[in-house]
Design a protein around this ligand. Structure first.
Ligand code: ATP
Length: 136
């Protein structure tokens, strides 16, 4: 079994899609280990997106991710990391996300793409420690 860190980003909370997204997670069979509504601090946001700090969209991404409440969660299950990324779909909701995925079905823009999921076991461990320091 494996764990992954998932965010329902501020656009998902603002649009009232928390239930829809959690419902898809539960129907897939992933178990919710931790779940919390909070507004990300600048410090946590910078830590979370450290790999993107040299990208042109970094400033905008930080502003977006700290713009309002988001839902942070830890999910558990067999191949949880890949399973959630399949549910989410590719980063660009129109050009990359597969039909039937959260992003393809519910989002239009690459930045405001509703969800985040860890992309590797190393990222998952780092991100779970960042968002839920008490959990492990
Ligand atoms: P996440 O890490 O949030 O699951 P991802 O792994 O699909 O997304 P990354 O390439 O790691 O995508 O980008 C992280 C986030 O930065 C994206 O989810 C999106 O919100 C934003 N982003 C990525 N590329 C762009 C871009 N070209 N313009 C604006 N925002 C972008």
């Amino acid at each position: 079994t494996e764990r992954t860190l998932v965010l329902i980003k501020p656009d998902g909370v603002a649009r009232g899609l928390v239930g829809e997204i959690i419902s898809r997670i539960e129907r897939k069979g992933l178990r919710i280990v931790a779940l919390d509504l909070r507004t990300a601090t600048d410090e946590v946001a910078r830590g979370h997106y450290a790999e993107h700090e040299d990208k042109p969209f970094f400033g905008s991404l930080l502003e977006f991710i700290t713009s309002g409440p988001l839902v942070a969660a830890v999910l558990e299950g067999p191949r949880a990391i890949a399973a959630f990324r399949q549910l989410a779909g590719g980063t660009d909701p129109v050009e990359k996300a597969a039909t039937g995925s959260i992003r393809a079905d519910l989002a239009l823009e690459t930045q405001n793409n509703l969800v985040h999921g860890s992309d590797s076991p190393e990222s998952a461990q780092r991100e779970i420690a960042l968002w839920f320091p008490g959990l492990t």
